[in-house]
Ligand binder design. Structure first.
Ligand SMILES: Nc1ncnc2c1ncn2[C@@H]1O[C@H](COP(=O)(O)OP(=O)(O)O)[C@@H](O)[C@H]1O
Ligand SMILES: [Mg+2]
Length: 434
């Protein structure tokens, strides 16, 4: 008997389904333990009825196949009572038991034990015998042990099924996510495309407008000069033509710089020297002081000197215009060692490495949050008509990017503004960690 139970314990592991378990137990366990027959019933989800699931012995001459499986409501007959009370029953003489449901084969005694798993009745194991009093404590113990082992396996099968279901849910969710990601990407691409077209449209429109104004000045003055017989005021008109042509040329220059299509001739230079020369000439011509804070032993940078001067002029002019009541812009220089671990401190578009940072600060009105994202757009200006072209910062950004660096703005309205230029240090320049 022990050997049969042992074999059962080992075989249990490889039994793949409830159905197989029921049949295995009926035929290979109970059948080999000295019982004459065995029927295993399965309880339904609602816990209201039992259905014959597997059988062994004379009641099942058709191997693994039950024709017309018997269905017994909970509470009815001996098996029904066991299912309802969850307690085993042994009947010594069926003829004297009012609960006996007569089967095809005549029987005199019966034993029935419940299969109780996680507080539910999974079914019952039932066995009958043609003799009176065939079942005692020994049979009860055997069947209870078999029932306990079955229940352990049933729980394992249920858990396996649940995790299989969870896995399938995950697979479905994942494929849904893939589909959603795909359609979101398509939507983003569409959005990007329409935003691109909108920007190009705005840029073309602004440029056409600006350029048209200049051409109107030029052609108007030329026509007037043709009409004038004695060429009275021709000088003024000529000046007008020259000025408009110059502004037109400047506009084209700025646009090319923004598009990073300027012909730049970079030179390794000491930034501090150029800042000093610039501020001296600026102070002379505009009589507005610039305060300087220049780091010693600044690394050399590689940049086009003419473009650098345009950049400084654009930024310092913006600062001056932001402080109409006076105040001096400040220019700072310093060495920056940009490592990966500190990348959050620097503009995300910069790869780690050595940079020289030049900052232009002022105590003007600052930049509104809503404008910060737009100030580098071509033709974006908050200045009155005739005062700003909105091309200064676009030109600066283009020059900086074309020189391997970039520019960022920090500002809060009413708190002044700071523009930081990052120049890559010239390769091979003597370098010490700052
Ligand atoms: N130092 C500054 N302080 C406040 N606002 C600034 C400053 N620099 C630039 N701006 C804002 O950025 C806009 C764009 O500047 P810019 O490209 O130089 O064009 P413009 O000076 O012709 O307006 C300015 O109109 C202004 O609103
Ligand atoms: Mg400007």
């Amino acid at each position: 008997m022990l050997r049969t139970l042992n074999t059962f314990a080992v075989d249990l592991m490889s039994i793949p389904s409830e159905e197989d378990l029921f049949w295995y137990v009926a035929q290979n366990v109970v059948g080999k333990l000295g019982f004459q027959d065995c029927v295993i019933y399965r309880a339904n989800e609602a816990q209201t009825e039992l259905t014959q699931a597997a059988a062994w012995g004379e009641k099942n001459p058709y191997a693994r196949n039950i024709i017309n499986p018997l269905i017994i409501p909970f509470g009815r007959g001996i098996t029904g009572q066991v299912a309802q009370s969850r307690k085993p029953i042994i009947v010594d003489d069926l003829l004297g038991d009012a609960n006996y449901i007569a089967d095809t084969q005549p029987a005199r005694s019966e034993i029935c034990v419940p299969l109780t798993c996680s507080g539910r009745v999974a079914g019952v194991i039932d066995s009958e015998h043609p003799d009176i009093g065939a079942f005692g404590d020994a049979e009860l113990e055997i069947l209870s042990t078999v029932a306990a082992m079955m229940c352990a396996k049933l729980e394992l099968l249920a858990e396996t099924r649940r995790s299989q279901e969870r896995y399938e849910e995950l697979v479905t969710a994942h494929s849904q996510l893939t589909v959603e990601t795909k359609s979101r990407k398509a939507l983003e691409a569409k959005l990007f495309e329409s935003r691109k077209m909108e920007v190009i449209g705005r840029l073309t429109g602004s440029f056409a407008h600006e350029f048209n104004n200049l051409l109107t000045v030029i052609s108007g003055n030329v026509e007037l000069m043709e009409l004038e017989e004695q060429n009275v005021g021709a000088d003024d008109m000529l000046q007008g033509v020259k000025l408009a042509s110059k502004r037109g040329a400047q506009l084209i220059q700025d646009l090319l710089a923004f598009a990073q299509r300027t012909r730049l001739t970079p030179k390794d230079l000491a930034l501090n020297d150029h800042v000093l020369a610039f501020s001296t000439s600026f102070e002379q011509s505009l009589s507005r002081p610039i305060s300087l804070d220049l780091a010693e032993e600044l690394w050399p940078v590689s940049v086009d000197p003419m473009a650098l001067e345009n950049v400084l002029l654009a930024l310092v002019m913006n600062s001056i215009e932001a402080m109409p009541d006076g105040g001096s812009p400040k220019i700072l220089t310093e060495n920056i060692f940009h490592t990966l671990s500190e990348s959050h401190r620097y503009p995300s578009e910069l790869i780690p490495g050595r940079y020289v940072r030049l900052s232009v600060c002022d105590q003007g009105g600052g930049i509104a949050d809503a404008h910060l994202a737009q100030i580098f757009d071509p033709f974006f200006t908050t200045k009155p008509v005739g005062q700003g072209t909105g091309m200064g910062l676009s030109m600066v950004l283009g020059v900086m990017r074309q020189s391997g660096g970039t520019i960022v703005a920090h500002s809060e309205q009413g708190e002044g503004a700071t523009f930081e230029l990052y120049f890559p240090a010239a390769p091979g320049a003597g370098f010490q960690r700052p």
